[in-house]
Design a protein around this ligand. Structure first.
Ligand SMILES: C[S@@+](CC[C@H](N)C(=O)[O-])C[C@H]1O[C@@H](n2cnc3c(N)ncnc32)[C@H](O)[C@@H]1O
Length: 175
């Protein structure tokens, strides 16, 4: 993966990208592990594929991973991942139901905190239709809001990342 591509795009579009570097392998693995035995996984904000490649390592051979990424330069990087299970869609994650089965598992690293409340509501409303929603955050400031959409919310701290991160693991039905 070319980190220079990520940094260059961040300098151009800081608000959309939200952070200057890709997720660490450790964080990406923690998020990927949380998919459990989900067969159809949808990813929101795949960037250059840090989390996508870890998801593919744990995803069953008959599974699918549909990656939504609004930045076309990042999409070109994602298209370099050679795996029959992956589909890359250059569109807003809000449009995901037009392209993919979002009912099983959504893994997201879109910058919810810096989005408008309206855009965040659209994304969380859509995520709440999925059995499992795994969301990356750098500050755990959305707990109260996320709990309005999911009855079962678990928050994990992942220190081995720049910056240290938090991962919400949300289920639409209580465990
Ligand atoms: C924090 S970066 C994470 C990138 C990558 N998943 C990683 O962990 O290294 C967030 C990504 O979400 C993308 N993004 C932001 N808003 C989006 C939206 N509404 N739909 C799809 N992608 C979006 C950005 O272009 C960026 O690539």
């Amino acid at each position: 993966m070319d980190y220079k591509v990520f940094v260059n795009q961040f300098l151009k579009y800081p608000k959309e990208i939200g952070t200057f570097t890709t997720s660490s392998k450790f964080l990406a693995h923690q998020m990927a592990r949380a998919i459990g035995d989900s067969l159809h996984v949808v990813e929101f904000g795949s960037g250059t594929g840090a989390i996508s490649t870890e998801i593919l390592k744990v995803l069953r051979p008959e599974g699918t991973l549909t990656c939504f990424e609004l930045n076309p330069t990042f999409c070109r990087e994602l298209e370099k991942i050679h795996d029959d299970r992956i589909t890359v869609v250059n569109d807003l994650c809000e449009n995901a139901p037009k392209y993919a089965d979002c009912s099983q598992c959504i893994v997201s690293s879109v910058p919810l905190t810096i989005m408008s409340k309206q855009q965040r509501h659209l994304i969380l409303q859509l995520a709440a239709k999925s059995k499992k929603f795994i969301q990356l955050q750098y500050m755990p400031v959305l707990t109260k809001e996320i709990k309005q959409y999911f009855p079962d919310v678990d928050l994990k701290f992942v220190p081995l990342n720049i910056p240290p991160a938090f991962v919400y693991i949300c289920k639409s039905t209580p465990a």
